[in-house]
Write a protein that binds this ligand. Structure first.
Ligand SMILES: Cc1ncc(C[n+]2csc(CCOP(=O)(O)OP(=O)(O)O)c2C)c(N)n1
Ligand SMILES: [Mg+2]
Length: 548
């Protein structure tokens, strides 16, 4: 058997699990792994400018592809910066593996330079599994387990600490190949019970979410819902799961939500939640579906048994992956004639809510800008959004039809938009990638424009500049009117800032300036920043700041 170092064996293990890209900020704590990557021509190493950016990129890659995003960072400071990506991967159920350099084994426990006990720092439920590799010979086994845990059941993040001297230790251990994924599928009893519940339903509603829908599964599920005339809503920031132009799609339960859709959730007699948790944002602060035993009869289909009946007691809890659930629906015929008109009316509500009506009230007017974007977007565009009130426009008005994708943090993490757009553009260089972000969120990870330049990514970054942390200002105006505290911002010249990296940039102050800039960005295939200088009064898709 040939001997190799831990760092090199780690890289070989990544290769054995199909890894094509890793996102990192280097550190002296994992030099041997970096050395292994030096020879790995089939694994692209993407050097980022801050670990928060690297972790968001890896998370976005995981969300986009379904394969774990891999992020390498150094000890304490690197791990602290990267932790936002771990939190996001957990809340978003994204397969993700964070590899963290660790102090040498014989120096542990002394609070050595940058030492942190990662098993404590990232203790579940902060992530799915946090571990440390004690011996180089354990690398193949731990990596195999890490990939399995990150992708099985409810996908999520795994954190692995790598003691520096362990990476330099030689071993003749061989890589282990991926283990076959465990499948959780509904039983016949589950499907019988579902038939019975729907048999007496008058106003059922399906809510879908999670990130694990395969194209085949969503197609089959859309066919099932169409035959059964079931109305389908998407969970928070999961609009891209179900074709929005499908006649059964009735809108998204998120932060910019149609009150009529919320009412429909409250009025439903049966809720079938498939692949989604019923979280705080989706349930509008746990109000439209109440924790405990909700008023609606609840069917909850979820890949993690621990989540079932935890917050919500369901009448029927089905431990199943979405894909297996859809397979099990084959042959189930549901008569939807009782609620057919209801579904149609919810669909009409959605069509009205997602149609821009009142443009040209502001200069520039975001309603007009979003219409221009929608008309210019190719069908396979990838959109990313940061957190903030500007995200109301792409959430409310863009109709996501596969292959279009939306990468947006359900964790509400600011700083996601730029790195997610860079990662998406690197993953699909032939597709148009548009990042939506506010002036606040943009500045949290703007440095990753340098990564885009270095790696040849060409996202289009739309910076909605209202010179404030608008979302918080909105809450202040509602709860502490006219007492602005800590929400005003002084910004740099964004166009000059982007240009200093070598990116193309535009400033838009009037609607007529937007489309030429956006079309130029699409045609050029160059990384581009378009700053939209907003009227700060345009605070939500429905209200002016002064009206709050
Ligand atoms: C990392 C992080 N820090 C703070 C917050 C709280 N927060 C939510 S939205 C927001 C303001 C966003 O401002 P901006 O990006 O300019 O978008 P706007 O709301 O003005 O459209 C803040 C501070 C958060 N969600 N994430
Ligand atoms: Mg802002």
């Amino acid at each position: 058997m040939t001997q190799k170092s831990g760092g090199h064996l780690l890289v070989e293990s990544l290769r054995a699990h199909g890894v094509k890209k890793i996102f990192c900020v280097p550190g002296e704590s994992y030099l041997d792994a970096l050395d292994g990557l030096h020879d790995a021509n089939d694994i692209r190493t993407i050097t980022c400018r801050q670990e928060g950016g690297a972790a968001f990129m890896a998370e976005a890659y995981g969300k986009l592809t379904g394969h774990p995003g891999i992020c390498f960072v150094t000890r304490g400071p690197g791990a602290c910066n990267a932790s936002i990506g771990v939190h996001t991967a957990m809340q978003d159920s994204t397969p993700f593996i964070l590899l963290v350099g660790q102090v040498a084994r014989d120096q542990k426990g002394r609070e050595a330079f940058q030492e942190v006990e990662y098993r404590d720092m990232f203790k579940p439920p902060f992530c799915k599994w946090a571990t440390e590799i004690d011996h180089a010979s354990d690398i193949p086994r731990v990596m195999r387990e890490a990939f399995d845990i990150a992708t099985s059941g409810r996908p999520g993040p795994v954190v692995i600490a790598l003691p520096e001297d362990m990476l330099c230790e030689d071993t003749d251990a061989a890589v282990q190949l991926p283990m076959p994924a465990a499948h959780f599928a509904p039983t016949h009893h589950d499907i019988d019970a579902l038939r019975e519940i729907l048999g007496s339903a008058q106003k059922p509603l399906v809510i879908i979410g999670g990130g694990s829908w395969s194209d085949t599964a969503i197609q089959a599920f859309e066919d099932f819902c169409e035959k059964a005339q079931l109305p389908v809503a998407a969970g928070f920031r999961r609009q891209d799961a179900f074709h929005n132009s499908h006649p059964c799609y009735v809108g998204a339960l998120g932060t910019t939500v149609d009150p009529k859709l919320c009412k429909a959730v409250e009025d439903a007699d049966v809720i079938i939640a498939v692949g989604t948790r019923l979280g705080e944002i989706l349930t509008q602060g746990y109000s439209i579906i109440q924790p405990g035993t909700p008023r609606q009869r609840l069917v909850h289909v979820y890949p993690d048994a621990d989540e079932l009946n935890r917050v919500y007691k369901s009448e029927l809890a089905i431990h199943s992956s979405v894909n297996e659930f859809v397979k099990a629906l084959e042959g189930l015929a549901i008569d939807g004639s009782r609620w057919r008109l209801h579904t149609q009316s919810l669909r009409e509500n959605y069509a009205a809510f997602s149609t821009v009506r009142s443009r040209d009230k502001f200069t520039p007017d975001l309603d007009g800008i979003i219409e221009d974007i929608i008309n210019a977007l190719p069908q396979d565009a990838i959109l990313t959004t940061d957190a903030g009130n500007f995200s109301g426009w792409p959430q409310r008005y863009v109709r996501y039809d596969r292959p279009m994708r939306l990468l947006a943090p359900t964790s509400g993490a600011m700083g996601y938009g730029v790195p997610a757009a860079v990662a998406a553009s690197l993953t699909y260089p032939g597709r148009v990638v548009v990042g939506f972000m506010g002036d606040g969120g943009f500045m949290m990870t703007a440095q990753e424009i340098a990564t885009a330049m270095h790696e040849g990514a060409h996202p289009i970054l739309l910076v909605f500049n209202n010179s404030m942390y608008g979302t918080i200002r909105m809450h202040q105006e509602k709860h502490y009117p006219k007492r602005i505290s800590a929400t005003n911002l002084t910004n740099p010249d964004f166009a000059a800032f982007a240009a200093s990296f070598g990116a193309q940039s535009f400033v838009v102050g009037r609607n007529e300036d937007f489309l030429p800039a956006f079309n130029a960005a699409i045609a050029s295939k160059k990384p581009t920043l378009i700053e939209i200088r907003m009227d700060p009064q345009q605070i939500t898709t429905a209200k002016k700041l002064a009206e709050l």
